[in-house]
Ligand binder design. Structure first.
Ligand code: PLP
Length: 491
């Protein structure tokens, strides 16, 4: 019998449910492990038994509900309002606080929340022909994306190479008459440090400019860590001058992917975020967020996750995570040649190598070979290359194993020695302009680095070394080209 099913997404004859699921599971086998505490980026795993099943069931209940029209699906509106209320309360807003009128929207993720924060700020100032935003270089790349999408100019502020924070005087100096938004991170993704939010919000307020606190990463951990006694500086609506805050529920609220909350101090600040259109013959459209049709699945899953874990659950998970962070930081301190780039003050451990014989990118590959998946970060503007660990509660039971694995990987990385790229390749990376890249050159580079269709190579040190040797604009172009090679239709 011939197999008419093939492997494409649209077989001539449909295949059975059981087979499709088997196929997906087979594909998933090549993925990094989303659970089990060995992947220190991309995923947020609380390690709570039964939580996945609950979230999946809630997701399924609402997967076909459409957030396009809140009057047609009041269930979704109720759950969204509940999520916004919970986030607002956790972040210093709501009845009885200094920010009683906080409102918000549920978005698909941190990037959408940040784009909308920038859009609201931009559209509140229609008088400005060339609006600008002030963002410390440690701010998430999504602000640059927002600036790019919305044609807003980006004024980056350097960070101190030791504290990894911007100087408030530099932020103040970057504010111009055209500035519509000033940004602070709580904490920054790359290094996990909390910007001086109160001081930044004060200079923004003094200039009459909005201040957004990007708490996408830390908004659902810092409040619990503070309750546990950590010296978390003020970063939320309790700080005068903070006009909006983003917090991702698909990060430390441990909800499945697709949910973030964008909060504004009052409805007037939020109003320019919305888009309404009635100048066509179809349905009258009003979208609070970028997407129009939106699945209720992620929202229901997040609602179920929050209600099931509750405050006591999050407090317990934060305590476990805090201890895991301390354990991982100790593991880094114990390895000669490695140095914490910042003392952990949230749930990130970030380290660099001071010893030229210990190549961080090789170390990352050695860790990968041992089943530990960390995130390399390239050197940038005077900041050294580093390794980022996002620490979640599921890491806690693994901490004792990580120390020896890191030490062993460091020995192996030293033995292997630093990556040596052919000098002509390095020279090319250093001198080539993005405009000079030809399809042949890209194909040659990709082939030389083992990149092409299919999964990335096991060892990425050469790729990272090449990217690091390239100026920022060339890095970006190479990334686009390399990922373009991966995104090809499967026929
Ligand atoms: C501080 C911060 N802001 C924004 C984002 C972007 O979030 P997303 O990947 O959900 O779009 C992230 C993601 O890690 C983040 O850490």
């Amino acid at each position: 019998m011939t197999d008419t099913a093939g492997t494409g997404a649209l077989p001539v004859e449909g295949v059975s449910a059981a087979r499709v699921l088997d196929e997906i599971r087979a594909l998933r086998a090549a993925d990094r492990p989303t659970h089990g505490g060995r992947l220190f980026a991309y995923v947020y795993d609380p390690g709570v038994a039964g939580l996945d099943e609950l979230a999946q069931a809630a997701y399924a209940e609402s997967a076909h509900v459409n957030g396009l029209d809140p009057t047609a699906f009041p269930s979704l509106l109720a759950m969204e309002n509940a999520l916004v209320g919970a986030a607002a309360r956790l972040l210093g807003g709501g009845p009885g606080t200094s920010a009683p009128d906080v409102v918000g929207s549920v978005t698909s993720g941190g990037t959408e929340s940040l784009i909308l924060a920038v859009k609201a700020a931009r559209d509140a100032r229609p008088d400005l022909a060339e609006p600008r935003i002030v963002v410390p270089v440690s701010g998430h790349a999504a602000f640059a994306k927002a600036a790019h999408y919305l044609r807003v100019a980006l004024d980056p502020v350097p960070v101190d190479p030791v504290t990894l924070r911007p100087a408030v005087a530099d932020v103040a100096a970057a504010i111009r008459p055209e500035t519509v938004l000033v940004v602070a991170s709580a904490p920054s993704y790359a290094h996990g440090v909390i910007d001086p939010v109160a001081e930044i919000a004060a200079v923004a307020a003094a200039a009459g400019v909005r201040c957004h606190v990007d708490a996408c990463f830390g908004g659902w951990t810092l409040p619990w860590l503070r309750r546990l006694g950590a010296p978390v500086p003020p970063f939320d609506f309790a700080v005068p001058g903070v006009t909006s805050i983003s917090v991702d529920l698909h990060k430390y609220a441990y909800a499945p992917k697709g949910v973030s909350v964008l909060l504004h101090r009052d409805p007037g600040l939020r109003a320019p975020q919305f888009f309404a259109y009635a100048d066509w013959p179809g349905y009258t459209m009003v979208n609070p967020v970028i997407a129009s049709t939106r699945s209720g699945g992620p929202i229901a899953a997040a609602y179920a996750t929050l209600r099931h874990l509750g405050e006591d659950g999050y407090l317990r998970l934060a305590a476990v995570t805090r201890d895991a962070v301390a354990g991982l930081a100790d593991a880094v301190r114990a390895v000669d040649g490695l140095r914490l780039l910042a003392e952990p003050e949230s749930t990130v451990v970030c380290f660099t190598a001071d010893d030229p014989e210990l190549d961080l990118f090789v170390l990352v590959d050695e860790l990968t070979a041992r089943g530990w998946h960390t995130q390399p970060q390239l050197s940038y503007a005077g900041l050294p290359a580093s390794v980022h660990l996002t620490v979640t509660a599921a890491v806690a039971p693994r901490v004792a194993e990580f120390g020896p694995a890191l030490a062993e990987a460091a020995v192996a990385a030293r033995a292997a020695g630093p990556v040596v790229l052919p000098p002509e390749l390095l020279a090319l990376a250093g001198s080539l302009t993005p405009e000079a890249l030809t399809p042949d050159l890209i194909a040659g580079l990709a082939a030389g680095l083992g990149l092409g269709a299919g999964p990335a190579p096991d060892r990425m040190a050469a790729v990272n070394t090449l990217l690091q040797a390239a100026p920022v604009r060339l890095r970006e172009r190479l990334l686009v080209e390399f990922v373009g090679l991966l995104q090809r239709p499967a026929w």
